[in-house]
Ligand binder design. Structure first.
Ligand code: CA2
Length: 138
């Protein structure tokens, strides 16, 4: 059984409660239940934090035992050299995902410290971006 982990960064715990026009109206835990039911032959763990260092700790911890990491570092995508370095340092492939099309938004969202070290990037498909990332491991 493939062992994947989804790691979400700051404010993604608010999904389904605010800004539905950008991020949709489903909470991430509801969405995760659907994913786990659909991809029952994969183990899909989940971690969310609003704290940069906790995200780095989790990438380091998961990065040598999981078959893949699906990472939405949220706003830290555009600011965090530390998270970019952690992605580079681990063995597990990291797929960078975003719900929105960051290139259709403000200029500061066009920069990513994750992309140069990611196996691939999927963005702009809403929550389906996560599902497409899971499918890349099939
Ligand atoms: O589109 C994405 O997935 C982002 O990573 C989301 C981040 C944003 O800073 C990135 O530029 C693109 C923001 C996540 C905030 O999520 C919220 C969800 C509901 C309500 C408010 C914020």
């Amino acid at each position: 059984m493939k062992k994947l982990i989804i790691i979400n960064g700051p404010n993604l715990n608010l999904l389904g409660t605010r800004e539905p026009e950008i991020y949709g109206s489903l909470s991430f835990t509801e969405f995760l239940d659907e994913l786990r039911a659909k991809y029952f032959d994969m183990s899909i763990d989940y971690f969310q934090s609003n704290i940069e260092g906790e995200l780095i700790d989790k990438i380091q911890e998961a990065g040598f035992s999981y078959d893949g990491i699906i990472l939405n570092a949220a706003a830290y995508t555009h600011t965090s050299v530390g998270i970019g370095d952690a992605v580079k340092a681990v063995e597990s492939p990291v797929i960078e995902v975003h719900i929105s099309n960051t290139f259709a938004r403000e200029d500061f969202r066009h920069q990513s410290f994750i992309s140069p070290n990611a196996k691939g990037v999927i963005l702009g498909f809403g929550l389906q971006s996560y599902e497409l990332a899971i499918q890349s491991f099939i």
